[in-house]
Design a protein around this ligand. Structure first.
Ligand SMILES: Nc1ncnc2c1ncn2[C@@H]1O[C@H](COP(=O)(O)OP(=O)(O)OP(=O)(O)O)[C@@H](O)[C@H]1O
Ligand SMILES: [Mg+2]
Length: 307
């Protein structure tokens, strides 16, 4: 049990590590960066009718009329790669909305375009055509630097292969995005935030271990801490449990569910229906197209978010 006295604080941007019981609830401490957010579906303290949270796809706004915020809105996105002289159309007109507080699974066969779509959602790549609004802001109007800024401040990424720096401690790995963010902060403040995040994912006793000294599940938790340390609005996870055994996968999914319950919006790519079963909504992509509509949150999603 970490005592209240151990709780660490920083001046300015306050980071408070809540006391938590490591033995009974390894992931149960409160994420300092996430606990403030409200459920997007709690507007006016009542259950929202489906008609209140959906609207035509042609008038982008960052909020619905009852106040549910759209984190992501893409309309008619296409992506065509050039392979030598041949054009390879991969995304063929994808439209979707992700609302604040959602946990969405993106499923589809290998080669259907899931990672391509995630790269576009994460502003790692640009679409060939179509529009993308992030929190109501038109991404196509941003310069390269502004997109990099958006990526580092508002988006977190997790990949199947963890992508940690090999000869660097867990703590230093988590500090990397903080150092990359434009705001200059004292070193001890960065370290404290990285420590707080590693505690949040249950790795307070592995901070100085290098990736090679950690299990797959622990490495993925370091990657999650790294993705969350800048307090992103949206977490994008591309097959985050693809390299993990089923028990470790379940632990990671439990962590995602807890983070989502605290308000984090998550999009999770998976092939595994069991993994997708942990999501509140499943979007299926087939051959570069979304199956059905991904513009609406089904009523069940709203009810589930309301608890
Ligand atoms: N940079 C690239 N240049 C050319 N073709 C590409 C490029 N990146 C991806 N592709 C092609 O786009 C298609 C979709 O790839 P993508 O990685 O999005 O699929 P995926 O659904 O994530 O598959 P998987 O489940 O295997 O990860 C594939 O046919 C792939 O070969
Ligand atoms: Mg992929």
């Amino acid at each position: 049990m970490v005592s209240k006295q151990d709780a660490s604080k920083q001046s300015g941007n306050v980071v408070t590590v809540q006391p938590y019981d490591k033995l009974s609830a390894p992931f149960k401490s409160e994420a300092p960066c996430l606990q403030q957010r409200e459920s997007p579906y709690r507007a006016e303290g009542r259950l929202l009718a489906e008609s209140e949270i959906t609207r035509p796809c042609s008038a982008p706004r960052s909020k619905d009329r009852i106040g549910i915020e759209e984190v992501v809105r893409i309309e008619d996105i296409t992506k065509t790669y050039s392979a030598g002289e041949v054009d390879v159309p991969v995304l063929k007109g994808v439209s979707l909305i992700i609302r604040r507080g959602e946990l969405v699974a993106l499923m589809g066969a290998s080669g259907s375009g899931k990672s391509t779509l995630m790269n576009i959602l994460g502003c790692l790549d640009r679409p060939s055509s179509g529009r993308y609004w992030f929190e109501g802001q038109d991404i196509s109007t941003l310069s390269v630097d502004e997109r990099a800024d958006l990526r580092s401040k508002k988006l977190g990424f997790i990949f199947q292969s963890f992508n940690l720096l090999p000869r660097t401690s867990a703590l230093e790995n988590v500090q990397v995005p903080l150092e990359c963010a434009r705001e200059v902060r004292p070193d001890d403040e960065l370290r404290e935030r990285a420590r707080a995040m590693l505690k949040r994912v249950g790795l307070e006793d592995r901070m100085n271990h290098h990736p090679g000294q950690l299990s797959g599940g622990q490495q993925q938790r370091v990657a999650i801490a790294r993705a969350l340390v800048n307090q992103p609005v949206l977490l994008l996870a591309d097959e985050p449990t693809g390299n993990l055994d089923s028990r470790t996968s379940a632990e990671i999914l439990r962590l995602f569910q807890e983070l989502n319950a605290e308000g984090l919006t998550i999009v999770l790519v998976t092939h595994d229906p069991e993994v997708a079963g942990h999501a509140r909504r499943i979007i299926r992509i087939r051959d570069g197209r979304i199956e059905g509509s991904a513009l609406e949150s089904p009523k069940a999603v709203v009810e589930s978010a309301l608890g």
